[in-house]
Design a protein around this ligand. Structure first.
Ligand code: GAP
Length: 492
């Protein structure tokens, strides 16, 4: 992840975290007990936004004839994680500070160092080589090389970020990120199971079940949305790296030899999904995994990255997983997982193209993407600063707010009637408190696309004003046409 945090950027993240809490998007888990690190609760508006993201993904991925859905169990047979390679490989190198007991993921410890600090460390280790002036690029490159070759040496001259002491780190150790628990009443190793660290394995082990039940032929996919758990050593940046999160994954099974074509196809589809839901093009980029740094199962891999306030970060991975997963499950389960191609009479293990997005991380990206502060006119004709979440209409938690201008002259009755009529089709919100300008601002701040106001003219001609969140332009619409008006614009 690139580091480009300016004070504005870190203020932006603070503003989003604060708005999220104040308006019911996201709360710290078990807050009244002091919170639990790496776990977050989605509040009254957050649950709507998250559900809308997952629904849009589900519609885009499964409302087509070549992708089926599944909802597999979180707990799986422990052999699944041996076959998948997670027991052996799903580890992060970690160090502890002997003095203050803080624990760090080693790459993050090195990643967060300024060039000046890197230079100091290099001088400490190699006084002859790094005296005098060197360009920043030279220092960064040399530092990266030493990190790779002499990690433990480097740890000896590094200060602990928490207590500031030098030389207090243990050597690097492997730390498995899977949460372990036990099935049944006895907590012995024979009863140990894991909380799934990815939803993908529930798809692989059901490949044949789904294929025979749905009578799909290659190429076809299986999609799943669900919780995943990783005992991350360092959680940070709000929802970006958490211990409990949701994934939206799809595994597309293809004939070997056609994998590269389908890989390109899904890369395009997945990037377009974010763009179609309003992500700004300059906040999205591809990151290709270098050949030497590919995961143990991958032939090729790209991340879709989003420009967060703290730098570029992955929101989705598209991977060519080859026949690794099904071959391993065939080997470990002893059950044949080959596909029989009726046309060519061939039997083979399909290749898999995976699209793996974080629902929680995308949630954060959509919030950052939507957050705007701009000048807006008040009812008195002066200007004021408004916060507006320009969320795509399909994602907005509330689709329309309904206001009676004043709480008399029969306006609340009309407004209530409109609310009752709309709430069967859309999530709407009724608000009759405070000046109408304040009510608009409250809705802008949570991204409500339309505000409908019943005023004195409504009493004369049965029309209301409908105000657009982004342009702030108001139109008069007949009361009995509001539902149609919203259907035409919201496309829900
Ligand atoms: N099945 C492949 C897989 O799980 P991954 O790159 O480890 O690949 C996929 O994860 C996506 O899941 C990431 O792009 C990210 O959006 C999300 N994700 C992974 N770890 C996460 C964490 N600790 N907190 C929040 N989201 C996470």
């Amino acid at each position: 992840m690139a580091k480009s945090t300016s004070s504005n950027d870190s203020q932006l993240l603070d503003k989003i975290v604060s708005l999220s809490k104040r308006r019911g998007f996201v709360f710290q888990s078990s807050e009244i007990y002091g919170g639990l690190n790496g776990a977050w609760d989605y509040g009254n508006l957050g649950v709507e936004l998250l559900r809308n993201i997952k629904d849009e993904w589900w519609k885009a991925m499964t409302y087509r004839d070549d992708v089926e859905g599944i909802d597999a169990a979180i707990l799986m047979h422990p052999r699944v994680w041996e076959a998948s390679g997670h027991v052996e490989n799903f580890t992060d190198p970690m160090v502890d500070c002997r003095q203050c007991k803080s624990r760090y993921r080693i790459d993050i410890l090195f990643e967060d160092l300024s060039v000046k600090k890197q230079k100091d460390i290099l001088r400490d280790l190699y006084p002859d080589k790094f005296q005098g002036q060197q360009k920043d690029e030279v220092i960064t490159e040399a530092f990266a090389k030493v990190v790779e070759s002499s990690q433990n040496e480097m740890l000896k001259v590094l200060n602990c970020p928490a207590c500031g002491l030098k030389g207090t780190f243990t050597d690097a150790r492997k730390f498995n990120l899977m949460f372990k628990t036990f099935v049944g009443p006895v907590e012995d190793s024979g009863a140990a199971v894991y909380l799934r660290p990815e939803t993908a394995q529930g798809i692989f082990v059901n490949f044949q079940n789904i294929q025979s039940a749905s009578r799909q032929k290659l190429p076809f996919g299986i999609a799943q949305v669900g919780k995943a758990f990783r005992n991350e050593i360092n959680t940070k940046n709000f929802l970006f790296r958490t211990r409990e999160f949701e994934q939206m994954e799809m595994q597309y099974f293809v004939k070997p030899g056609t994998d590269e074509k389908w890989f390109e196809y899904w890369r395009h589809e997945r990037m377009q999904w974010f763009v179609d839901l309003g992500m700004k093009a300059d906040k999205l980029q591809w990151h290709r995994h270098e050949a030497g740094k590919l995961a143990h199962y991958a032939k090729d891999a790209y991340d879709i990255e989003f420009l967060f306030p703290f730098g570029w970060g992955e929101i989705e991975g598209v991977h060519n997983r080859t026949d690794y997963d099904l071959s391993r499950h065939e080997e470990f389960s002893g059950k044949g997982l080959k596909y029989f191609d009726e046309e060519t009479k061939e039997k083979f293990i399909p290749y898999i193209i995976e699209t793996s997005a974080g629902a929680s991380r995308s949630f954060m990206a959509f919030l950052v993407n939507a957050y705007n502060e701009e000048d807006a006119p008040t009812a008195e004709g002066t200007m004021e600063r408004r916060v507006v979440l320009k969320l795509h209409q399909k994602l907005a938690p509330i689709k329309a707010a309904i206001f009676p201008l004043v709480n008399r002259d029969g306006m609340p009755d009309i407004a209530k009637k409109i609310e009752k009529d709309l709430c069967t089709a859309f999530r709407v919100f009724y608000d009759d408190s405070g000046a109408v300008g304040r009510r608009y601002r409250r809705q802008d701040e949570v991204g409500t696309p339309y505000c409908i106001t019943v005023d004195s003219q409504t009493l004369q001609d049965q029309t209301v004003t409908v105000r657009d969140r982004d342009t702030m332009i108001q139109e008069r619409i007949a009361n009995d046409k509001i539902k149609e008006y919203l259907f035409n614009r919201l496309h829900v």
